[in-house]
Design a protein around this ligand. Structure first.
Ligand SMILES: Cc1cc2nc3c(=O)[nH]c(=O)nc-3n(C[C@H](O)[C@H](O)[C@H](O)COP(=O)(O)OP(=O)(O)OC[C@H]3O[C@@H](n4cnc5c(N)ncnc54)[C@H](O)[C@@H]3O)c2cc1C
Ligand SMILES: NC(=O)C1=CN([C@@H]2O[C@H](COP(=O)(O)OP(=O)(O)OC[C@H]3O[C@@H](n4cnc5c(N)ncnc54)[C@H](OP(=O)(O)O)[C@@H]3O)[C@@H](O)[C@H]2O)C=CC1
Ligand SMILES: CC(C)=CCC[C@@H](C)[C@H]1CC[C@H]2C3=C(CC[C@]12C)[C@@]1(C)CC[C@H](O)C[C@@H]1CC3
Length: 498
């Protein structure tokens, strides 16, 4: 009986998603964009920021006046977030509401955009591109927020030049546990500035951030190079990730241990009209499926609108939508219903129910491992033996030698690679807790880090071995965080010991 229910839930979730969630997602998007447009037209965002900050200060001061016994977290419901977890800890914590969702200022002379933490990547890239600008690092998936990317982390295909999302940030405006508001930069309050990323809001709440912007062009010139042996792939990927005159974007998809497609791209305003491919159109094939065709067709090049490039994996949620709508890439489906895609991650989370959540936990492996580039060849072998999931998302990034939770083992910046696995393990006898712990141990061995949008199965000691807690602990002591916020491990750790 249990198996029958599981089969129905897995195989027929698409009925609910297509007939209910897709229309609902579209209505939600239209409402969201209309609201942003109106706020911008009324020009009220910056003024309201100060009013909102005062209201947040009032909430924190009231929490203190009431004894400040229960630690705080943001009041954003767990189902709305892009993390895999539902954030059950929120039920036990005191929630502070941060209704901060506006782009406050675009200062083109300083090349800085000032934004509130709930601004999403979709909203921000549309806003900036309409002015001819972009963030140097635009993490994929429209609904990721600035707050989540700063307090967690963000990575994208330009990260081999600019680093992680935290490395393009110039200042953070924060409210601390005593209700005071501070602005930190790398020169003013450097300890606070460097300890905020990866701390998951356990030092203070982010109120706004200043982020670097760079001029944008209309297209990217994207070149695809298929490779058919692991050695050839590693050689070419390493070269493109570390060369002195790098392409602006570098990414690879591994479709098997020996079959990969390497992609390098550069912004341009002079596309070859015969080679333009507007991959963002709703009837176009899912991007990873399109990329796979180059294994057969051989090397190729295309010109893709910049906005389409930035959000190329959004329509198929990387390759996760194949498990929910197995015929989602079918041509007929794309022409009839493709314009409604993708269902919103938040609505999928809200409606998944406990059984589907558990099925994902037990039968899907969704993790990003950030490891030194020189471990990649070995890692692909280890991953093949432990989970055997393809495609694998490969994205090089420069890990700056800054203080804080993550830094390279050496004193200067080092090239790392984000290894993203989002699928059903194809190995016999996969066991979620055992095999995730195996991957985490491997990641620690290489000197790497686990992305924390997915639960960590490490013990607290193992977690402290992976992430440098020196500065974090010092700041928690100095800012009286111990009773004000949970420890980061208490937000992201499963505490499952084998
Ligand atoms: C400071 C700022 C905040 C924004 N905040 C949001 C937001 O929170 N959410 C969102 O979805 N979009 C925001 N936008 C973007 C805005 O929605 C887009 O620019 C809009 O979609 C363009 O619409 P339009 O073509 O009707 O422009 P119009 O309103 O017709 O304006 C024409 C052009 O004038 C320029 N312009 C107008 N006002 C400003 C200004 N204050 N500073 C600089 N240039 C300006 C722009 O280049 C714009 O394209 C913001 C833009 C700016 C500059
Ligand atoms: N391309 C990429 O780089 C991708 C990144 N991700 C990951 O997704 C997550 C982001 O998802 P998103 O939904 O935006 O964020 P979440 O709401 O999941 O927030 C992530 C963490 O940041 C904290 N946080 C968020 N806003 C604030 C704030 N204003 N002040 C203090 N703390 C805050 C949250 O605290 P609290 O628990 O109190 O709410 C939470 O612990 C990140 O972990 C990111 O690494 C996922 C997919 C792709
Ligand atoms: C590019 C990087 C660094 C990460 C990409 C991660 C995404 C593939 C995942 C982040 C959140 C995930 C969720 C799901 C699929 C995979 C992600 C988009 C679900 C939609 C899967 C179905 C469940 O019912 C809900 C999940 C919510 C989070």
């Amino acid at each position: 009986m249990g198996n029958l229910l599981e089969n129905i839930l897995i195989n027929y979730r698409w009925i609910f998603v297509c007939f209910f969630l897709l229309p609902l997602s579209t209505i939600y998007n239209v409402w969201f964009y209309a609201r942003n447009w109106l706020i911008f037209k009324l020009g009220s965002a910056p003024k309201q920021h100060n009013l909102r900050v005062r209201d947040i200060q009032r909430q924190v001061k009231e929490w203190r006046a009431a004894g400040g016994k229960t630690p705080m977290c943001t009041g954003r419901p767990g189902w709305l977030t892009m993390s895999l977890r539902l954030g059950q800890y929120k039920k036990k914590l005191h929630q502070i509401y941060l209704p901060l969702m506006d782009v406050l200022d675009i200062d083109t002379s300083r090349q800085i955009v000032r934004v509130e933490p709930l601004v999403t990547m979709g909203q921000l890239s549309a806003t900036l591109l309409s002015q001819g600008w972009t963030l140097p690092v635009v993490p994929e998936l429209d609904d990721l927020t600035v707050g989540g990317l700063i307090n967690g982390t963000g990575v994208e295909t330009s990260s081999h030049i600019y680093g992680l999302f935290q490395h393009i940030c110039v200042s953070y405006e924060l409210i601390l546990s005593d209700g005071s508001v501070v602005t930190c930069t790398k020169d003013n309050e450097p300890d606070l500035f460097y300890s905020v990323p990866w701390a998951h809001g356990t030092l203070g709440f982010l109120l706004s951030a200043e982020i670097r912007i760079i001029p944008a062009k209309k297209f990217v010139h994207l070149q695809y190079t298929p490779t058919y042996t692991l050695d050839d792939f590693i050689k070419k990927f390493t070269y493109e990730s570390t060369r002195k005159d790098p392409h602006q974007f570098v990414e690879a998809l591994a479709f098997g241990p020996d079959r990969s497609v390497l992609m390098v791209a550069d912004m341009t305003d002079q596309p070859d009209p015969k080679k333009i491919n507007k991959i963002g159109h709703y009837y176009k094939p899912w991007f990873y499926k399109h990329v796979e065709t180059f294994l057969r067709k051989g090397p190729s090049e295309e010109y893709i609108p910049l906005q389409d490039y930035f959000h190329r994996h959004t329509r198929s949620l990387f390759w996760q939508l194949q498990y929910i709508i197995p015929f989602g890439n079918n041509q007929l489906f794309r022409y009839f219903l493709g314009w409604l895609m993708p269902p919103k991650v938040s609505l999928l989370k809200l409606t998944q129910g406990e059984t589907i959540r558990k099925l994902y936990e037990e039968h899907q492996f969704i993790q990003d491992l950030m490891i030194p580039l020189n471990s990649l060849k070995e890692a692909i072998g280890v991953l093949h033996d432990t989970v055997k999931i393809y495609p694998i998302w490969l994205c090089p990034f420069l890990l700056h030698a800054d203080p804080g939770m993550v830094h390279p083992q050496q004193d200067s910046g080092q090239m790392y690679v984000d290894v993203g696995l989002y699928g059903e393990p194809q190995v016999m006898g996969y066991q979620a807790a055992r095999d995730t712990r195996k991957m985490e141990a491997y990641c620690r061995k290489t000197g790497g880090f686990q992305m924390l949008y997915a639960d960590s199965y490490m013990t607290k000691d193992e977690f402290c071995e992976m992430f440098d807690h020196q500065l974090y602990d010092k700041m928690r002591e100095q800012l009286n965080c111990k009773s004000a916020f949970p420890h980061v491990y208490d937000k992201v750790g499963r505490k499952t010991l084998l």
